[in-house]
Design a protein. Structure first.
Length: 397
């Protein structure tokens, strides 16, 4: 691998991690004239098996990256049927039309499709697979990165390498380790024919959610309070059917149509709040900085926000260290606040104590949909920095 030596004033960056956040960061930097190398530890770029909700804030970030229209062409508008109990009785309904009127549309896309769109917008020679970052020296005028293919130097290192980030461990060795949230999740895509709407069902320490995808597919997820590290004794699909096949329609039909090979199971971990997301010439982005529980569906959306904000600040500030200090001030309070909200929603949604669940369900039915949208306003109302700089300059250093 060649060194990231700048030519004729060109700025260079290494992005560790080729997921949604890493590819978005690379695309944002390339669009502003940076020479970028993405180092992905896996043998190929891609992700299979799961759907993803892109909320208005995430779609604005994708528009700022220049790929919003391509994403919408591979996505389906999300129509929510609200939250139900296991019998199918409605607990709440968040009005999709009102949400779109206030904040913009929400769409659902297969993660693999989003990654393909981001990857295809980046020059092939900027992408490097099977490359693992092993050590970082950030003390000099440039960042020195040791990796499985040798050594590279750059003006900037972006750690977008996930919740178990090698960059975070190398640069912030005292940072807290991820902690188990107390529940595990199954994710799968089912070839079952189109559904009119998606929704969530909340039970006693268990949940199921589903959302239509393009092509007649359905994204299905399920959550259960369980100790970490467990597995279904006779397969994960059998475990899902035991737990959820007696719940209301269309959950039994979706589970009947599923196949074992598409079921993924992951224990849910979150990252405790970090004291910093950036230092010197190194910045953390996405799950490497603020991995959170998935209860708000904001993980990927916030990573997209991170990427757009980081690139804008690198243009606006006179030096990389000043830009990264501004990035930390802009992103850390917001992402940590949203992570805290997601954690609280998970505690409520995963209530296993029967009397507490009864009270929860009654209270949810009493809360108007407009109040739910008010709660989401600080999350969904985000605007890309360049778009809001004229009237809302506090994002600037």
């Amino acid at each position: 691998m060649r060194d990231e030596t700048p030519q004729s004033g060109e700025r260079s960056a290494i992005v560790a991690g080729g997921g949604i956040g890493g590819l978005a960061a690379a695309l944002a930097l390339i669009g502003r004239g940076w020479r970028v190398r993405v180092m992905e530890r896996a043998a190929s770029f891609g992700e299979v098996g799961a759907g993803l909700s892109l909320w208005p804030n995430g779609l604005r970030a994708l528009d700022a990256l220049g790929v919003g229209d391509a994403v919408r062409g591979h996505a389906l508008a999300e129509i929510q049927a609200g939250i139900h109990d296991v019998s199918g009785r409605r607990l709440s309904r968040t009005g999709t039309a009102e949400l779109e009127r206030r904040f913009g549309p929400v769409v659902v896309i297969h993660r693999a499709d989003l990654l393909d769109i981001l990857r295809s917008a980046i020059p092939a020679d900027a992408l490097c697979t099977a490359t693992t970052v092993t050590a970082v020296d950030a003390d000099g005028p440039r960042v020195r990165v040791e990796h499985s293919d040798g050594v590279s130097h750059a003006d900037l290192l972006v750690g977008a390498d996930g919740i178990r980030s090698s960059v975070r461990r190398a640069v912030w060795p005292q940072a807290p380790e991820p902690r188990y949230a107390g529940y595990t999740a199954w994710r799968l895509v089912v070839e079952s024919g189109p559904l009119a709407a998606g929704g969530e069902t909340w039970g006693r320490g268990e949940r199921v959610g589903f959302a239509p995808l393009p092509g007649g597919r359905v994204y299905l997820f399920a959550v259960a309070n369980l100790p970490a590290g467990q597995h279904g004794t006779d397969g994960e699909l059998a475990e899902l059917r035991r737990r959820f096949a007696h719940w209301h329609d269309p959950i039994p039909a979706l589970l009947h149509a599923a196949t074992e090979e598409v079921v993924m199971r992951h224990d849910i971990y979150e990252l405790p709040p970090l004291r910093s997301h950036a230092t010197g010439r190194v910045a953390l982005l996405g799950d490497a900085a603020h991995a959170m529980t998935p209860n708000l569906g904001q993980g990927a959306n916030l990573a997209l926000e991170d990427a757009v904000t980081l690139a804008a600040l690198l243009d606006a500030c006179p030096s990389v260290p000043e830009a990264l200090a501004a990035y930390d001030r802009a992103r850390r309070p917001r992402t940590q606040k949203i992570a805290k909200l997601s954690r609280r929603i998970g505690i409520i949604a995963q209530l296993a104590w029967a009397p507490g669940r009864v009270v929860r369900d009654r209270l949810i039915r009493l809360v108007p949909g407009s109040r739910m949208l008010d709660m989401l306003a600080p999350v969904l109302g985000w605007q890309p920095p360049a778009a809001r700089a004229a009237q809302d300059p506090p994002w600037m250093p």
